[in-house]
Design a protein around this ligand. Structure first.
Ligand code: NAP
Length: 312
């Protein structure tokens, strides 16, 4: 066990990095656990046009690397380890953060672990991930040149992925369970006007089929209104049906809503456990934007700083 840190931050999306920038500038010397996906969800997106300060837009991985460097410049330390659990000692109030690399103690913890892509839950689905099923168009889109693919979902992510995939695929089916997209109007227009994108309304995937190499070769589409089924040949399914908040590893230290989002105290980033704060998508079922996550990261760092001052 290492000696106790003042502040541990878990996660490296906009929330985690912003918390680190504020905490480091307040001389709290935060230790940040990066998890497996350094930079979080935005490292899997392309152009970000709505983050203030970048009138020409900025590439997701570039934005996250800038934040990484900015936090480091003020004294943030990084540990490239996955956090497995967090517990709190009853008498001292110290947290023990157990990771893939060891156990660390801290007086305060900010949880900014974001959310993980959701899949449909069809039998055998997990085994197909990486074999014609993925939740990251930026990562895998270029592997599917001049072949038909589909995107599942009707939100901004689905539209963004579909739009991006038109660079490679011969055709992009946009499979949505209703007859109306949830995405912003601008995004809807971009998708509905794209010649290569074909919306498939009121539909969901009932089954995946594979070729001899075990790669997805077609799907069974099911009409969500009539129940009618039909086959659709394609080479890859890009899932974009939302995300599950990464909050389970905290056990009873936090209260969560029905979907697993961490509940914070009204007007604060504090959770029900003193010294444990939340920032970003893992605690935000409503806005889930890069800029709102960054704002919450700032608030969490200020809340943590105030909490630490009460211990001195
Ligand atoms: P989302 O807005 O929650 O949309 C999820 C989509 O998946 C919805 O259309 C939903 O259908 C569908 N869906 C959910 N569960 C399903 C299931 N089991 N089977 C079939 N379809 C299912 O998620 P998101 O698109 O990932 O966006 C999340 C947040 O990030 C939003 O606030 C969004 O605005 C934001 N975002 C912004 C940008 C940008 O501004 N550039 C880009 C990406 C994301 P229903 O519509 O029927 O519920």
């Amino acid at each position: 066990m290492n000696s106790a840190e003042k502040l541990i931050i878990i996660g490296t999306g906009p929330a985690g990095y912003t918390a680190a920038i504020y905490a480091a500038r307040a001389d709290l010397k935060p230790l940040v656990f990066t998890g497996g996906q350094i930079g979080g969800q935005l490292t899997t997106t392309t152009e970000i046009e709505n983050f203030p300060g970048f009138p020409e837009g900025i590439n997701g991985p570039d934005l996250m690397y800038n934040m990484y460097q900015q936090a480091e410049k003020f004294g943030t330390r990084y540990a490239f380890e996955e956090v497995l659990s967090v517990t709190q000692e009853a008498c001292s109030g110290l947290f023990t953060v157990t990771t893939s690399g060891g156990a660390y103690q801290a007086q305060a913890v900010i949880v900014a672990t974001g959310a993980t892509a959701r899949y449909l839950g069809i039998e055998g689905e997990k085994e197909l991930i990486g074999h014609g099923l993925t939740a990251c168009a930026t990562c895998d889109g270029a592997f599917y040149r001049d072949v038909p693919v589909c995107v599942v979902g009707g939100g901004d992510s689905a539209c963004e992925e579909a739009s991006f995939l038109t660079r490679f695929a011969s055709k992009v089916y946009l499979i949505h369970r209703r007859d109306q997209l949830r995405a912003s109007k601008a995004m809807q227009q971009r998708v509905l006007n794209a010649p290569k994108i074909q919306p498939v309304w009121n539909s969901t995937i009932a089954a995946y089929h594979t070729d001899d190499a075990g790669e997805v070769s077609s799907i069974t589409l099911q009409d969500t209104v009539t129940g009618e089924q039909k086959e659709l040949e394609l080479k890859c399914v890009f899932m974009a049906i939302g995300h599950v908040p990464n909050s389970k590893f905290l056990g009873n230290l936090v209260d969560v809503d029905a979907a697993g989002f961490i509940i914070s105290n009204p007007g604060s980033t504090a959770t029900k456990t003193p010294g444990l704060f939340v920032a970003g998508d893992v605690g935000d079922p409503v806005y889930r934007q890069a800029i709102s996550a960054a704002g919450m990261g700032c608030r969490a760092a200020l809340d943590a700083e105030r909490y630490l001052n009460t211990l001195d």
